[in-house]
Design a protein around this ligand. Sequence first.
Ligand code: NAG
Ligand code: NAG
Ligand code: NAG
Ligand code: NAG
Ligand code: NAG
Ligand code: NAG
Length: 378
Amino acid sequence: MKINIHLVFIVLFMFNGFSIANYKHKKPLPVIIDVDGDFDDFLAILYALKSKEELDVRGITYQGDGWSNAASAQNIVDIADDIYPGKNLPVILGADYSLYESDKNPSTLGTPGCTYQKAAPEGAGGKRDQDLLMGLNRQLRLSKRIWYDVMKGFNITKDFADLIDSTINQTGKNPTIILTGPATNIVTLLRAYPIYSEKIDKVFWMGGALNVSGNLFSIPNNTRAEFNVFFDCVAARELLDFNLDITLIPLDFTSKIPLNSAFFDKLSKLKSFYGRFVCKFLSLVRATWFGGDATFFARYYLWDPTAIAVVKNIGVAKIVSNRSLNVTCDGNLNHDGQFVRSNVLTKSNFKVATDPIVSNPIENSPFFQDFLKVIDYD
Ligand SMILES: *[C@@H]1O[C@H](CO)[C@@H](O)[C@H](O)[C@H]1NC(C)=O
Ligand SMILES: *[C@@H]1O[C@H](CO)[C@@H](O)[C@H](O)[C@H]1NC(C)=O
Ligand SMILES: *[C@@H]1O[C@H](CO)[C@@H](O)[C@H](O)[C@H]1NC(C)=O
Ligand SMILES: *[C@@H]1O[C@H](CO)[C@@H](O)[C@H](O)[C@H]1NC(C)=O
Ligand SMILES: *[C@@H]1O[C@H](CO)[C@@H](O)[C@H](O)[C@H]1NC(C)=O
Ligand SMILES: *[C@@H]1O[C@H](CO)[C@@H](O)[C@H](O)[C@H]1NC(C)=O
């Protein structure tokens, strides 16, 4: 009798101890982030790199067919080497043109290719500001690595495949891929090696507009498209039909977490290097916005960081399945890059983040709280 009770005790204790240990040492999720270098892509990478408890960033793949030019990948190298010192995080240059262009001009890899890309202004308010982070990029803690050393070769098919393989090799898990730009890189990989869809755990993609208006301010006739889908609608359409588990974080979702001046008050109180950097940076974006605060708060969102919060699974999102979707893509700028209802189901297991969990007042929402806390870790 006595012995038995003793045994039960030991078993219970072990079970308890084990589960607590398990919880504390839950391994962070291995992720690869695929970006196009806009302001909010940069903030998303910063937020992801600093979310060390939940995310293990294995590498960044970059594309120059979105909101910035390839050389601004240096900004990513600078923060990666500061936050993960000594790790030499792979920062890999991918597509410079959308598949729409490179399918038409394969021998020149897409060039001259500006059909969709010309929707991104080159100068102020466009690529120049993104590349230079509003002129603040030299105030980062600069790395000794320079981007053209890091990006050996320019073969996204091989480099993306190698990054996925080495992630599986080193972590024992299939990576999750987070897309915060057009889908060109991942579709380039999967066109060549469809089998890699089996080596990808999940895909999260910030992009698209379903029940709300799009954001193509430079193509006002196209009211329903969002830039990441529009810039490479060929890739977007094909992505839906790979054997993948995809969660879309559309404008429907991100627009329900608006910035306001109370958020900026909280941001201005952060003391760490990155807390102060992000405050200076977002304050400049706000101060130079066409139309002042009224349009800034109505048009500017932390789109890509929101997607990182969804991946972190910190209780910020309601997600529903929607496989009745297709993307318009006929070479008509006024109509391309829109998600439309389709009678044919997507081959991918396609889901959509519909409603974020928000608080009243909005600046106390779980996403804002986590974002501010995490970027302020020193
Ligand atoms: C890129 O790498 C893939 C896979 O190794 C190879 O099949 C392809 O020929 C390479 N492309 C170029 C342009 O070198
Ligand atoms: C996996 O790891 C082993 C041992 O470290 C190494 O020999 C092999 O080349 C690695 N394979 C890949 C695809 O990274
Ligand atoms: C799926 O998306 C389409 C296009 O936005 C929409 O018409 C439809 O209502 C959505 N279905 C569900 C179940 O969300
Ligand atoms: C936009 O739509 C209007 C009205 O249909 C048309 O007159 C105009 O040419 C269109 N603009 C472009 C750039 O296609
Ligand atoms: C999407 O639409 C295009 C053009 O209508 C069509 O060729 C393609 O088969 C559609 N894809 C799906 C999955 O319905
Ligand atoms: C769009 O509207 C449909 C129908 O009301 C709804 O089922 C769906 O969840 C909505 N999608 C988003 C992304 O809000």
